[in-house]
Design a protein around this ligand. Structure first.
Ligand code: C5P
Length: 212
């Protein structure tokens, strides 16, 4: 079984994807980490993430397990990741890696921006997870504070808006729900309620004739 989860930053899709993978005994790939790792490689070397040559090289040599989560999760890296992610050749390289991961037993949950539309268009179940930009900014702000990172709420909000704009308007694989995706708005839901809602959708879908 393949479960595709897409949505904007801090919609709750990552936590949901991890919990669903655990619940159904599937592998999990946070595909944003691939773009973040490529961006961080460039930033660590003092390069410009908008330099396509550097971005392609970083994507080709990607070892995303090399970075720890805190380094990948900063707003600066998220912003650089969305610059790198708008480059068609970078996306081609990432596409191969994501499909290689998704194939084979026991199946997988992938979360990102283009999983249901491009990476796994034949996924058994597709979820598009959203939340209002203010709720999402509050979540990211609280997470940053917990990690001890010094951030301003307005900065986090601006960063999310900028990334949403870049991710939804880019020419290649823009962020948008697949036609057959289930929408899940988590603005008013805690993670447990969102998880239960997702399980209900997935169980409903996989029992009603979707037998891939
Ligand atoms: O999900 P996360 O915030 O970690 O993603 C970082 C950036 O990577 C996103 O803003 C987006 O530009 C890019 N991305 C993408 N396609 C994916 C996953 C992430 O373009 N499947």
């Amino acid at each position: 079984m393949i479960i595709a989860i897409d949505g904007p930053a801090a919609s709750g899709k990552g936590t949901l994807a991890r919990r669903l993978a655990n619940h159904y005994g599937l592998k999990h790939l946070d595909t944003g980490s691939l773009y973040r790792a490529a961006a961080l490689t460039i930033l660590n070397a003092g390069g410009d993430p908008a330099d396509e040559g550097l971005a392609i090289e970083a994507a080709e040599q990607l070892e995303f397990n090399r970075f720890d989560d805190d380094d990948l999760r900063t707003p600066g890296v998220g912003d650089a990741a969305s610059i790198v992610a708008a480059m068609p050749r970078v996306r081609e390289i990432m596409l191969r890696r994501q499909r290689a991961f998704a194939g084979g037993p026991p199946g997988a949950v992938l979360d990102g921006r283009d999983i249901g539309t491009i990476v796994c268009p034949d996924a058994d179940v597709k979820l598009f997870v959203t939340a209002s930009v203010d709720v999402r900014a509050r979540r990211r702000y609280d997470e940053a504070l917990e990690r001890g990172q010094a951030v301003q709420f307005e900065e986090v909000l601006d960063d999310l808006k900028r990334r949403d704009e870049r991710d939804t308007t880019r020419a290649v694989a823009p962020l948008r729900p697949a036609a057959d995706a289930h929408l899940l708005d988590t603005s008013e839901l805690d993670i447990e309620t969102a998880f239960q809602a997702a399980v209900k959708l997935i169980d409903g879908e996989t029992q009603t004739g979707c037998d891939r």
